[in-house]
Design a protein. Structure first.
Length: 342
């Protein structure tokens, strides 16, 4: 037998009109009452008809999630899955669904988002990257659409941003390596002019310059390019050989570990490694990787809660919110022997 709104009202011990107001996200309903009604809906398996909700509220109760690419390496990146999970949890808790972009390339992504905007099928957007002069953010801003950015504020002062302090996080990681005795460090980064990568590189360079660390930065285009980099720095010219490699992202770190294995370079005895974004990849790597935990689930939950507050015209007490990071030390790094420091 199909569950009705009357059944939900009875289960939650509230009136039918109260259930209706919760479905419409009426701001006059208290959070405690709304949660009680949603719990009853979950228990009974009641799903409000989407078309009816849209007709009543003139809202779709759907939020668009824009990722920089839907290529397999981006989709499989634990950071994205953890952020998305946090967003989904928060949105579902408030009766919102989400729709994620599926385009792999930037030109296709712009067209996809433009169609979303024109169809008016979404109430708001969460932009899951930050990039200077981004045409997609410009599109959202010019149409005065409700949106927030998970990333650094680069283009507009009036847009809410939620991010980590990636410069500071990278400085702490690099200083930790210096304290272990490392004086030759190689930083490997992803391609693309994205703020998160640029900030991690900047933090790395700051500490290297301050403490006179010999360093190099290389951009990685493919697994083949990692082979070339390892050959150059670790095989062919030992005067350039780093004692540790930092990768700007955990997925890149995974590829580097594989290439180092190909060359029989043992971690942490022959060379050491570390990265950003603690996940099952870093925890279960061989060996487990020292990494910066950036709390992507908290980023996602905060992003979900914030866009919903905007859509409900509730006050948001910040224009930029910083999610804390911390260093998790594992077996891929260790104190360097004195003879290897200089």
């Amino acid at each position: 037998m199909r569950t009705t709104i009357k059944d939900v009202a009875s289960e939650a011990n509230v009136s039918i009109s109260t259930v209706s107001r919760v479905i419409r996200n009426n701001p006059k309903i208290t959070e405690a009452t709304a949660n009680k009604v949603r719990e009853a809906m979950d228990k009974l398996g009641y799903i409000p008809n989407q078309a009816a909700r849209t007709l009543i509220t003139n809202k779709t109760l759907t939020i668009g999630l824009i990722i920089k690419s839907s290529s397999s390496d981006v989709r499989q990146n634990p950071f994205n899955s953890d952020v998305l999970n946090g967003i989904h949890q928060e949105c579902n808790r408030h009766g919102y669904s989400t729709k994620m972009t599926v385009s792999e390339h930037s030109n296709e992504l712009f067209t996809e988002v433009k169609q979303m905007v024109q169809s008016r099928s979404l109430d708001g957007f969460i932009l899951l990257y930050s990039k200077e002069n981004d045409e997609i953010e410009r599109l959202l801003h010019e149409h005065s659409l409700p949106y927030i950015v998970v990333g650094k504020p680069l283009n507009y002062d009036d847009v809410i941003h939620i991010d980590n302090d990636n410069i500071n996080a990278s400085q702490r990681l690099t200083k930790y390596l210096y304290d272990l005795g490392h004086r030759h460090i190689l930083f490997l980064k992803e391609p693309g002019n994205f703020a998160v990568t640029n900030d991690r590189e900047l933090g790395f360079r700051n500490i290297c310059e301050e403490f006179n660390i010999h360093y190099a930065v290389e951009e990685v285009e493919s697994r083949h390019s990692i082979h070339k980099i390892v050959e150059r720095y670790c095989i062919e010219d030992h005067s350039l050989k780093p004692t540790v490699m930092i990768t700007s992202d955990a997925m890149l770190n995974l590829q580097v570990l594989s290439v180092l294995y190909d060359y029989n370079l043992h971690i942490p005895d022959t060379i050491q490694t570390c990265t950003f974004n603690t996940s099952f990849l870093t925890e279960n790597a061989a060996p487990p990787q020292t990494s910066v935990c950036i709390n992507p689930d908290l980023l996602g939950k905060e992003a979900g809660a914030t866009i919903i507050n905007l859509l409900k015209s509730l006050p948001v007490s910040f224009s930029e919110k910083e999610i804390e990071t911390h260093l998790e030390i594992r077996q891929s790094t260790k104190k360097l022997a004195k003879e290897n420091e200089e």
